[in-house]
Ligand binder design. Structure first.
Ligand code: ADP
Length: 447
């Protein structure tokens, strides 16, 4: 097993990875920017190295600085965490070339899945259903118009390099498709330096259902059922839960088996998530994330399995040691993302934490790197905490979620916790009767 792992990441996820390492007896090195010198992960890690100034491109995306940090601290492996370089195939390759283990899939899988068109082609070949759309990149507005006429409006223009919901535009007719095409291209160029776009049928009322996969290097693949991540704002997840209130046991078993089989066929290694839209009893693959996900604790709460630990074990070449039949999903879990944003305007709210009381008690987990006196820097993602609650059933889970949200005190900055309090009382959420457009519509109705 590894002796030392370098974590070039920050916030709650760096802390999450440190925690798994600590329990495995692995030393940690947190590689951080100057803005994060006082971060909790830096404080708790065995060692820390500063890799650059606050802008991510100069620190968390600075490959040379990260490899140098791994070299001087004598790390065996690098865990990229979430975001930053976690889905960068070139980085994964360089890590391996420099003699370190990349804790993640093989670079070829990151590459294939990183491009949404090659990803769709790869899983389609393995037998997964995909959203009807263009068979690849769409070169011109005229091509887009022809394809849209074939698949029918509304359509969604999506960036091939997409991520974080950027470069995505809906068009309800030919007129608006001309604008959507141009806007999506501009947005994609600005966000990803790649303006390739493709077309998909826009689904009006789908749920976002994703399957957690884990594969070792000995041909063993298991899935941990689904997470329902339909509560979204601007195509970004806000609440995630498992199991989905919208699936029955047969559908769960069907899509889980298909996803695991696809991972086996492509020779995948490590943790990964296949994302689907689900509407009228049918699943449509949209993308695969070749890394740990923000919402992984939801699955951990119902499976009792530490996914980061498993990720590290399989990266080290260990066999899973269990099969699909050994995975026993129990009860219900819900995660609320606590972002440092105003709960109504969603304006970012970095700043100093003046008071802090995380919720606790039976079935409650609060993944956060916050502490009283800490200053949330303005340079990064607004996620400052994740409240994950487990109960024997969805009702108990909801009750527990409401009571934990009531206990949660994060003073000095705005967070979206008050929005979560409201959502947990909304009849549609309480009944599990929501889809990916529900939250946007709810918020729009109040404006
Ligand atoms: P990104 O990588 O930018 O997150 P995804 O392809 O994962 O993009 O899509 C993000 C979200 O956008 C989905 O969870 C869903 O809410 C919405 N979305 C994506 N494709 C479609 C579609 N064809 N129809 C309706 N909504 C979609």
């Amino acid at each position: 097993m590894f002796d030392k792992i370098l974590i070039p990441n920050r916030g709650e996820i760096a802390l999450r990875i440190h925690r798994a390492c600590r329990e495995m007896g692995i030393h940690t090195v947190v590689a951080h920017s100057t803005a994060d010198a006082h971060g909790m992960a830096v404080r708790l890690a065995d060692e820390s190295v500063c890799i650059g100034p606050p802008p991510a491109r100069d620190s968390y995306l600075n490959v040379q600085a990260i490899l140098t940090a791994a070299q001087i601290t004598g790390a065996d492996a690098i865990h990229p965490g979430i975001g930053f370089l976690s889905e960068n195939a070139a980085f994964a390759r360089m890590v391996e070339e420099h003699g370190f283990t990349f804790i993640g899939p093989e670079p070829r899988h990151i590459e294939v899945m990183g491009d949404k068109i090659s990803a769709k082609a790869a899983v389609k070949a393995a037998g997964l259903p995909t959203v009807p759309g263009s068979d690849g990149e769409v070169a011109s507005v005229n091509d887009a118009l022809t394809i849209a006429a074939r698949i029918g409006y509304p359509v969604l223009v999506k960036a091939t390099a997409g991520g974080g919901g950027r470069g995505m535009k809906v068009a309800r007719d030919a007129e608006s498709l001309r604008d959507a095409f141009r806007m999506a291209k501009n947005e994609a160029r600005a966000a990803f330096g790649n303006d390739g776009v493709y077309l998909e049928k826009y689904l009006e009322r789908p749920r976002h259902i994703e399957i957690q996969i884990l594969a070792d290097t000995h041909g063993n693949v298991v899935h941990f059922g689904e997470r329902d991540c339909s509560v979204q704002r601007r195509h970004q997840k806000v609440i995630e839960e498992a199991p989905s209130p919208g699936l029955n046991a047969g559908e769960r078993e069907h899509i889980g088996r298909l996803a695991a089989e696809t991972a086996r066929q492509i020779g995948y290694r490590g943790v990964g998530t296949m994302e689907f839209l689900y509407e009228n009893g049918a699943f449509y693959f949209i993308e695969m994330n070749t890394r740990l996900q923000v919402e992984h604790p939801v699955t951990e709460m119902i499976s009792g399995i530490d996914l980061v630990r498993e990720q590290i074990r399989v990266a080290d070449g260990a066999a899973l040691g269990y099969g699909q039949h050994d995975i026993d999903l129990q009860g219900h879990a819900i995660e609320c993302r606590i972002n440092a944003e105003h709960p109504e305007t969603f304006a970012p709210s970095p700043g100093r934490i003046t008071t802090y009381h995380p919720p606790g008690g039976l079935g409650v987990r609060f993944d956060s790197a916050l502490y009283e006196g800490y200053t949330v820097p303005p340079h990064y993602d607004s996620l400052v905490g994740k409240l994950i609650v487990h109960g024997t059933n969805r009702n108990e889970c909801l009750m527990r979620l409401r009571r934990s949200l009531e206990e949660c005190v994060i003073g000095g900055i705005d967070t979206i916790a008050p929005l979560h309090v409201r959502l947990t009382h909304e009849p549609a959420f309480v009944n599990g009767d929501y889809n990916i457009h529900w939250l946007e519509k709810l918020l729009a109705a109040e404006r």
